[in-house]
Design a protein around this ligand. Structure first.
Ligand SMILES: Cc1ncc(C[n+]2csc(CCOP(=O)(O)OP(=O)(O)O)c2C)c(N)n1
Ligand SMILES: [Mg+2]
Length: 346
């Protein structure tokens, strides 16, 4: 059985500069800004959680930003995108409104889900984000259903679901692969293979670390890509999304990556992580998708040190302002639960 980790553990391969030769500089700048915005937003969430200002858990995806940012280049706001428990990047890559994300995790009525959901129940239909839920693999079949609806409605829209390497251990994922294939559904399955499910390494859970083998089993064409190279991710996404929109049926994109924080909240999880060591974290931080892109852009003369620090300073200011605004926003009124969660009186 194929084992991709052996190949990927070669540091030269992963730390190598990103090949940006085929990409327009404006697109590179947009991807850099989007990834940096997501990173800084999550760093603020980590601080908010650590200081106790955020009451509920946050699953941070810092280190994995290249995936949602690369893929979202080729999505349209009428597509139907679904996430799970670690979905800040999936939403922010479609709609970078970090103020409403802050408001949501703080439980404020100005949040994406009116303060009713927190970090794991995000929803923003206008940008095509149809929701995240904490139930691992809980949205996979919904995404296939949404893709089938898009096909019945004769649109060019597609269904997209982001799932982890752990989620594929749920049976519904395999039923969903099969149904999408047999129905020729316009569906993109995105596998964020960060090698861990909670605290357990993939080698302790599965006979292979290659999730794409399940695409092969269902006769679904797939690509397996370095998830820390935003250009490689976006180019693969373009090929697959073009195929899906032209009626060729479902596709799967597996991205190998790593999260910088532990499973939940701001800690490293070295103490509870099975096979998560400080060395591994440091090695993966050397493959930081943002640093790799900015380095390639700097070396090609597309990004000056001045531009880079101006971007960072602007985003720091905007994030600070948005956090303070969300902090001072009101909580939902007492009748909001009846209005938005249980029923609406007619
Ligand atoms: C049905 C279900 N089982 C177990 C859990 C507890 N749980 C939350 S996240 C997680 C691991 C998910 O791993 P993966 O899909 O690889 O996503 P990652 O956290 O690595 O992004 C588990 C087991 C859950 N939320 N739902
Ligand atoms: Mg995982």
């Amino acid at each position: 059985m194929k084992n991709q980790l052996k190949e990927l553990s070669n540091p030269e391969k992963f730390q190598s500069p990103i090949d940006i030769s085929d990409v327009n500089v404006d697109v590179l700048m947009l991807m850099l800004e989007s990834m940096t915005t997501i990173r800084k937003t999550e760093q603020q969430l980590a601080l908010g959680r650590k200081s106790g200002l955020i009451g509920g858990p946050v699953h941070l995806g810092a280190g994995q930003e290249a995936i949602a940012v690369g893929i979202s280049q080729y999505l349209q706001c009428t597509d139907r995108v679904f996430g799970a428990h670690r979905s800040h990047s999936h939403l922010l890559a479609l709609n970078p409104d970090f103020y409403r994300l802050f408001a949501e995790v703080l439980g404020k009525e100005t949040g994406f889900s009116k303060g009713m959901g927190g970090s794991m129940h995000l929803f923003d239909q206008l940008s095509g984000f149809y929701g995240s839920v904490p139930i691992v693999a809980g949205t996979v079949s919904l995404a296939v259903g949404a893709a089938m609806a898009a096909k019945l409605q004769k649109t060019s829209d597609i269904g997209v679901v982001y799932i982890g390497d752990g989620a594929v251990e749920e049976g519904i994922v395999h039923e969903s692969f099969n149904l999408a294939k047999i129905q020729n559904a316009p569906m993109l399955f995105v596998i964020e293979n960060n090698l861990f499910a909670s605290h357990m390494h993939i080698s302790l859970r599965q006979p292979s670390d290659m999730i794409s083998r399940f695409a092969e089993a269902n006769d679904i064409p797939y690509e397996l890509v370095d998830g820390n190279d935003v250009v490689a991710v976006s180019q693969a996404a373009k090929r697959l999304v073009d195929d899906i929109r032209s009626g060729k049926g479902p596709r799967l994109l597996e991205l190998v990556t790593y999260r910088f924080y532990g499973h939940v909240d701001w800690r490293d999880d070295v103490d509870v992580g099975v096979k998560r060591s400080l060395d591994d974290i440091e090695n993966w931080k050397a493959r930081d998708p943002i640093v790799r892109l900015s380095k390639s852009m700097t070396e090609s003369g597309y990004l000056s040190k001045h531009q880079e620090s101006a971007l960072n300073q602007r985003l720091d200011k905007e994030i600070d302002k948005a956090w303070n605004r969300a902090m001072s926003d009101p909580y939902p009124s007492a009748d909001a639960t009846l209005k938005y969660v249980y029923s609406e009186e007619k």
